[in-house]
Write a protein that binds this ligand. Sequence first.
Ligand SMILES: Cc1ncc(COP(=O)(O)O)c(C=O)c1O
Length: 297
Amino acid sequence: MLLLNPGPVTLTERVRRSMLQPDLCHRESEFYDLQDEARTRLLAIHDLDPAQWAAVLMTASGTAAVESMVAALVPEAGRVLVVENGVYGERIAQICARYRVQHERVVGSWMTAPDLEEIEERLDLAGTGRFTHLAVVHHETTTGRLNDLPALSQVCRARGVKLLVDGVSSFGAEAIDFADPALTAVAATANKCLHGVPGAAFVIVRRAALSAAVSRTFYLDLMRLAQLQDQRGTPFTPAVHVYYALVEALREYAEQGGRPVRYARYAALAEQVRTGLAAFGIEAVLAPRKSSVVLRA
Ligand SMILES: Cc1ncc(COP(=O)(O)O)c(C=O)c1O
């Protein structure tokens, strides 16, 4: 079976076989070695300092990582402006509503980029209280659009607003500027651009934001997960074999040259798909410069 969606992806034999390693109890040091390696390698993708950033793992799909991020990092008195131009932006707003996180939505058409002017106006509007956070999907998989993270980040930076990113379908391939002080957390998953198997997700979060956070969820409590993982622990039973696959996929990723190489490979494949379909008279929904390299709609 060849999977042509942007994740889960067709595994390499190496990653598939890695799941056949010995059974491990998650209370043994061998598991914590595995967990440590996954966390270290996730930060290494963007060369992040572990004193400033934490990679927090969870046994779940990508939505759980987004949920964990939103439910923890927006304080009781905080307020989020959610950018919506597709299904996954809508999902962030649904998560906010479910946890009663104070939020408003900037709703755009699926076919258009987020309206930066409107976002600036909404952020600047006093009255019901200032927004503390902006939440956005980096690659809106609904249409394949790559939302303009640098521009959105600049808008946030100028106003001291923190940026929360759903990077589920972009992390590992598209560029993300973690040096940007507005960027607070990115939620992502093992089974898209990293080529692991479904069942492991994670949030890359600034430690400063983590220390000030209070989670609204028990199982997906980002701080508790981070704290225990930092101490070579885990609150619950993780999907050990899925973690084997994640670590193997991350080793393979690094050996192949990391993010620039994966980006280049996807860009070449995306162009091949676009030109191949164009030959049949099938046009792309978005121009390549508006689209991620991960998906051609
Ligand atoms: C941008 C984005 N966010 C969230 C998700 C949800 O991920 P999951 O199905 O792993 O929960 C997806 C899935 O495709 C996605 O593309």
